[in-house]
Design a protein around this ligand. Structure first.
Ligand code: GLA
Length: 365
């Protein structure tokens, strides 16, 4: 009998020939009373499906990804995954903390300039998490936990991480992050879901209508590392305070758009109080009527318009993911924060608890 695609047993054979911990890769489905479904695998904490209705009540999977875990293991631009320890880029893969210089893996090279991206070559997106189903009134959840050992991908301290996905009867997918450490470490956890509100495999996202609650953004250099400036979005392709299509300014000759090959920037969210849960982004897709709102306690959000998708990966619908067939809204601390003293601190200290919450809310109009 063939094992279902998502049920794979991973056995670690130690060098002395004995069999160590067997960790299972499994998928879990969360369902709510309105028929919404979210599927998650404990490999990388990847959200493999998000099934939500359109304005006529027809359901579609709006998350990009694959049908099997082995495809995620082969090649993925972080589809649906938990990102850690540090979401986004760290310049030259290095930072100073407590008088010491730490060198991380350099696994990314935008415009030929090497940096550390999304936690390194084996980040939180490529490890197996311990998974446990949980429930409370009106909400189904999945808790994922793991210890990231001292020195993992070059980061200091043993870090205990918990990521909980909740699907609620108010059609919200809520992600709660928590962590503690025994040595000071940078930490910036996020989820890297790609969306197409027309449904996975249904082409471009340039016609989606986006708005962002941000008056400033962090311009980058050629290597996609923030210059340190918090620039006003006024009169630029980065002013999303009035909703408009993702495609409107995407071919602009603005140097920032040229560096990013399109939109790939971090926005400083407008918040009256830091760490409060506020609306960061709204995306509306006119043909289906689907609306996705993103709320977060984080200070920033990366809007990425899928500029590195090039048709070389075939998704779960059997169609290749072409240029800009999906977009990401990654809630986060600002890129390269460990090297940028003026940005909100991303350092977690022993004795402190890291917490962060992001909600993707689904409605129609
Ligand atoms: C993030 C980055 C992009 C790109 C993708 C992964 O969103 O901002 O530049 O690296 O991840 O392809």
């Amino acid at each position: 009998m063939r094992a279902p695609p998502f049920l794979t047993l991973i056995c670690l054979v130690l060098f002395n020939g004995s069999l160590a911990v067997a960790q299972q890769i499994e998928t879990f489905q969360l369902k709510n009373d309105n028929g919404l479904k979210v599927e998650i695998t404990n490999y990388g904490g990847i959200i493999t499906k998000i099934i939500v209705p359109d304005r006529n009540g027809d359901f579609a999977d709006i998350a990009l990804g694959y049908n099997t875990v082995s495809e995620y293991q082969k090649a993925t631009p972080y589809f649906g995954a938990i990102i850690g320890r540090f979401g986004n880029r760290i310049a030259n893969g290095s930072f100073k903390l407590g008088g010491k210089t730490y060198n991380l893996v350099k696994n990314n090279e935008p415009n030929g300039i090497a940096c550390h991206l999304h936690g390194g070559t084996k980040g939180f997106d490529k490890v197996i998490w311990n998974a446990k189903r949980i429930n409370k009134k009106g909400e189904q959840g999945l808790t994922l936990t793991r210890r990231s050992p001292d020195g993992e991908e070059g980061y200091p301290g043993n870090l205990d991480v918990t990521v909980t996905y909740w699907l609620t009867n108010s059609n919200e997918l809520r992600i709660e992050y928590a962590a503690s450490t025994d040595k000071a470490t940078p930490l910036n956890l996020t989820n890297h879901s790609y969306f197409n509100l027309k449904g996975d495999g249904n082409g471009t996202i340039l016609d989606h209508i986006l708005s962002l609650n941000a008056s400033r953004y962090t311009p980058v250099d050629q290597g996609l590392i923030p210059t340190g400036e918090l620039a006003p979005v006024d009169n630029s392709p980065f002013d999303w305070r009035t909703p408009h299509s993702i495609g409107r300014d995407i071919d602009s000759t603005h140097p920032q758009i040229v560096y990013g090959l399109g939109h790939d920037h971090n926005f400083a969210l407008d918040k009256s109080e830091p760490k409060t849960l506020t609306l960061a982004a709204t995306v509306y897709e006119p043909t289906s009527g689907r609306v996705m709102e993103v709320l977060t306690t984080e200070p920033g959000i990366q809007f990425y318009s899928g500029n590195f998708l090039d048709g070389s990966l075939t998704g779960k619908s059997g169609k290749p993911y072409e240029f800009r067939n999906g977009f990401c809204l990654e809630t986060q601390h600002f890129p390269d924060s460990p090297n940028q003293p003026s940005f909100p601190s991303s350092i977690l200290h022993p004795g402190d608890e890291y917490t962060s919450t992001t909600i993707y809310r689904f409605t129609t109009k």
